[in-house]
Write a new protein. Structure first.
Length: 380
């Protein structure tokens, strides 16, 4: 079921990035040293600390990907010749590897993780900045669709760049990052680069500034022309003169987002998935399935929901108590629990028509509805 959540996240990201004109592709995970030597990053102590570097059986030095700037710039150098070939916007979903010295908190910080990285190449700084803003807005839509409130903060470029970067931080008590936020407006800043300190007045609205824990959900970079210069990648402008490419990089930690969602949306019983990323929309629970009439009704409900294209997880276990099934449903966290039992089945209960017992995850209210009423509610 976790992979279904990952797939839902990927679909949301894919939909929004495609709107920006980006194209999806797949890039290699094994990188030869010579490409990384062109930027000097292979031997950079900060890179060597986190990049898995090794030799194959022929003695060739390789590295496991933790990012793809060099690979993309190498690709651009082979196919970009003229300003007419630009801009280029490409992204992929892939596994990344980082020799993380502080691997902890499960999928929030691991040495192997799933990531979406997007790269863009442009004819000018202005064009890069315009696309940077497009991606920023796309990211905010992505997080909004997942019901996450992401704060945009100015941040350090780390080992990637000295240029302007922004992070998307989700406030959470389990977060390892510290950001400063205003309690009166949307101002936020990473403490590593902020000129404002906790307890001071907000530079925008004069509200109170406080420090909170947060989790980085995304990071976007303007990389300038550094990578193009180092790797000798250029294009010919309208005057047939050589110009360096302007480059941008934009990442979202997909597997980390699964962890973020669980941290934000849960209670003491389990997960409460937002509908947009839930592995299924309905958790159908059959009780008393030893009775053939109840079993037939449950299977009828399951089939009709399937026919309507509704994603349903059907708990058809026999010999498991209602309490255990309900506890499992709460733990899994699917948005809507639908119960078929002797109590809801007309032939068993003596009521005029079959009913279904429905309950939304995170709410206490339980309702009895007909299958037709349920289908109408889902279609809204």
């Amino acid at each position: 079921m976790g992979w279904r959540v990952v797939s839902k996240i990927n679909d949301i990201i894919r939909e929004e990035l495609n709107v920006t004109g980006a194209l999806e592709m797949l890039m290699p995970l094994l990188h030869p040293r010579d490409i990384w030597d062109q930027t000097g990053r292979w031997s950079d102590p900060d890179v060597k600390e986190i990049m898995y570097q090794f030799k194959d059986i022929r003695g060739k030095e390789l590295g496991l990907s933790f990012t793809h700037e060099e690979i993309v710039m190498n690709l651009l150098g082979k196919y970009i010749h003229s300003y007419k070939d630009l801009p280029v916007k490409i992204y992929h979903f892939s596994t990344k590897f980082r020799n993380e010295p502080r691997a902890k908190s499960g999928i929030l910080r691991g040495r192997e993780f799933l990531m979406k990285d997007l790269y863009s190449a442009h004819v000018s700084k202005e064009d890069l900045q315009q696309y940077f803003q497009q991606v920023k807005e796309a990211y905010l839509r992505i997080f909004k669709k997942m019901e996450l409130e992401a704060r945009v903060v100015d941040a350090s470029g780390g080992i990637f760049t000295d240029s302007f970067t922004q992070e998307f931080q989700v406030v959470s008590p389990v977060g390892e990052d510290n950001i400063l936020i205003c309690e009166s407006c949307d101002f936020a800043a990473n403490i590593e680069v902020s000129q404002v300190k906790e307890g001071e007045k907000c530079p925008r609205c004069k509200g109170e500034i406080k420090m909170v824990n947060s989790i980085e959900a995304g990071h976007i970079f303007t990389l300038g022309t550094k990578y193009a210069k180092n790797m000798g990648v250029f294009f010919l402008d309208e005057q047939n003169k050589k110009q360096d490419l302007w480059f941008g990089s934009y990442g979202i930690g997909v597997s980390r987002l699964v962890g973020v969602l669980v941290e934000i949306f849960h209670d003491d019983k389990g997960i409460i998935w937002p509908e947009s990323v839930a592995p299924y929309i309905i958790h159908l629970v059959g009780l008393g399935l030893e009775e053939q009439g109840v079993k037939n009704k449950a299977e009828e409900v399951y089939q009709k929901l399937q026919d309507k294209g509704v994603e349903v997880l059907y708990d058809d276990r026999i010999g498991v108590s209602a309490g255990e099934k309900f506890a499992d449903a709460d733990l899994i966290g699917i948005p809507l629990r639908v119960v078929v039992s002797r109590k809801t089945h007309s032939a068993s209960s003596g009521q005029a028509e079959d009913k279904l017992e429905i309950k939304r995850r995170g709410e206490e209210k339980v309702e009895l509805v007909t299958l037709e009423e349920l289908l109408k509610e889902i279609e809204k």
